[in-house]
Design a protein around this ligand. Structure first.
Ligand code: ZN
Length: 77
């Protein structure tokens, strides 16, 4: 498996949507490819954060407001 293939499967890997064989291949690649491991940890961390936020009632509204703010700030800059 190369880095491109690993990147393609990383989302499914984070979501545990791969077969056992595919999981093993991604795992092996991550074991000796620090850059891909870093991307994986970023994605897994983001997913954990989103899951945590969604358990709080007012979080979706807050999240939407935050997302709306982003382009506006870019225009001012
Ligand atoms: Zn890689």
């Amino acid at each position: 498996m190369n880095c491109n293939e690993c990147g393609d499967q990383l989302n499914a890997y984070v979501d545990r949507e791969l077969t056992a064989g595919e999981l093993g291949e991604v795992q092996r690649h991550l074991d000796d490819c620090p850059p891909c491991l870093q991307v994986f940890e970023l994605q897994a961390g983001l997913k954990r954060l989103v899951r945590k936020e969604c358990c709080q009632d007012e979080a979706p509204a807050r999240l939407r407001a935050w997302v709306r703010k982003l382009p506006a700030e870019e225009r001012r800059a």
